[in-house]
Design a protein around this ligand. Structure first.
Ligand SMILES: *Cc1c(COP(=O)(O)O)cnc(C)c1O
Length: 402
């Protein structure tokens, strides 16, 4: 870990996650003695006597908030420490982090392997924009099968991008194995760690080069601000920072950085509750006859439960997917009958959210066969688990499915 991270004379590398998530990135405010650092909503910082000494596109000094604001820098210190990474960049959204990484690393003629199950913007960026417009070769691979990945590696393969657990099917990819085979060939590995959060899984400790988070999800945790992060080695991140933030303009607003900083303090407590609630709900759903399948890495019926067990330390997160043995309309009716659980995109909020992904979804061809009739992605929130289970029961009843 970065041993630059010192607050109040304390070095944090030997302290536990729970302590770091509270203290790293915070400090006594020098101006006021406030024990929380303030939000700095200023676009510009005072220039030195001779500004010609500055690099206008540099990130090291406070010049202009697009080059990096104070609140962003505090949050970067914290996320780097949670990911056990040398360095971190925080940007305006998870997608800004993903696109920043791809724009910075990839050139025409390079080849990228990416998981068949990823956040939709990864599919759009790599398979449509980079591939068609910038002549980057792409292979969509079922990365849960290591042999598939091995056989797809080419001389020009630059990056393997995986997502585990994968959104929306909760597929599990072996991070250490992928990193091992990639590094033998000098290929970089990026892992979208959003569904796990660094409390449950730390890709860099498992050998990956980059860990990407949508801070919008668990790290902020309250569903009220957007952000994204890329953690990794400084030698990569220095270039990514210049490209993605200063020149592409994906900088986070100071207010959002501050909100995420505040939300992140309770990450371990919230994840414990998400982990527990989701496991309980998954087991309940598995017991119902109308449920065709439940995909949750924490239950034994998950195809890669063993791998999840090995690489996810504290639990398996709050997101699961399941199928109902009924038609398209009845899925919508079931969702509309839920009273506590809300039909909305996003995940990792305090409140439970559910999305029906239909049998006609354009990416169905990439998913395992049990998903083909349509399915529900459920982000299990922090509510009482019995209330959630009762909500599902009453909605199934009202829809005539129980
Ligand atoms: C939501 C999400 C993203 C995108 O994050 P935004 O903050 O919405 O841009 C990326 N990856 C995964 C796995 C996500 O769930």
């Amino acid at each position: 870990m970065n041993d630059k991270i010192i607050n109040n004379g304390l070095k944090f590398n030997h302290m536990d996650f729970q302590t770091r998530v509270i203290h790293v990135g915070n400090n006594i405010d020098k101006g006021t003695n406030a024990i929380k650092r303030p939000i700095t909503m200023a676009n510009s910082y005072k220039l030195p006597y001779d500004p010609s000494v500055l690099n206008w596109s540099g990130a090291d000094e406070n010049i202009y908030t697009r080059n990096g604001g104070s609140n962003q820098k505090y949050l970067e210190e914290r996320i780097a420490s949670l990911e056990n990474a040398e360095d971190c960049i925080v940007l305006s959204s998870g997608v800004a982090a993903l696109s920043g990484l791809f724009f910075s690393l990839l050139e025409s003629g390079d080849h990228v392997i990416f998981s068949n199950v990823t956040y939709i913007a990864v599919y759009r960026l790599l398979n449509e924009l980079f591939n068609k417009k910038f002549k980057v070769e792409t292979s969509i691979v079922d990365t849960t099968n290591i042999e598939n990945v091995k056989s797809e590696i080419k001389d020009n393969t630059k990056l393997i991008h995986i997502e585990t657990p994968g959104n929306p099917t909760l597929s599990i990819v072996d991070i250490s194995k992928i990193s091992e085979i990639a590094h033998e060939k000098n290929i970089l590995v990026s892992v979208d760690n959003t569904l796990a959060s660094p409390y449950n899984q730390r890709p860099i400790e498992l050998g990956a080069d980059f860990s990407i988070e949508s801070l919008t999800k668990y790290i902020n945790g309250h569903g009220d601000s957007m952000g994204g992060s890329i953690s990794g080695k400084s030698k990569h991140l220095d270039t990514i920072r210049k490209d993605s933030q200063i020149n592409l303009g994906g900088t986070i607003s100071p207010f959002n950085a501050w909100l995420i900083m505040r939300g992140s303090v309770t990450l371990p407590l919230r994840m414990e509750q998400h982990n527990k609630n989701a496991l309980k709900v998954a087991k309940f759903l598995e017991s119902l006859e109308i449920v065709t399948f439940v995909s949750y890495p924490g239950i034994e019926s998950h195809k890669n439960h063993e791998i999840a067990n090995k690489q996810m330390k504290n639990g398996f997160g709050g997101v699961l997917s399941f199928g109902l043995n009924t038609n398209h309309d009845k899925h919508n009716e079931f969702v509309s009958n839920l009273k506590i659980i809300t039909s909305a995109v996003s995940l990792g909020h305090d409140e439970s959210l559910i999305v029906f992904i239909g049998e006609d979804d354009e990416r169905q061809y990439l998913y395992p066969k049990e998903f083909k009739n349509g399915f529900l992605r459920f982000s299990v929130g922090l509510e009482d688990s019995n209330d959630l289970i009762n909500d599902i029961k009453q909605a199934l009843n009202k829809t005539g499915l129980l």
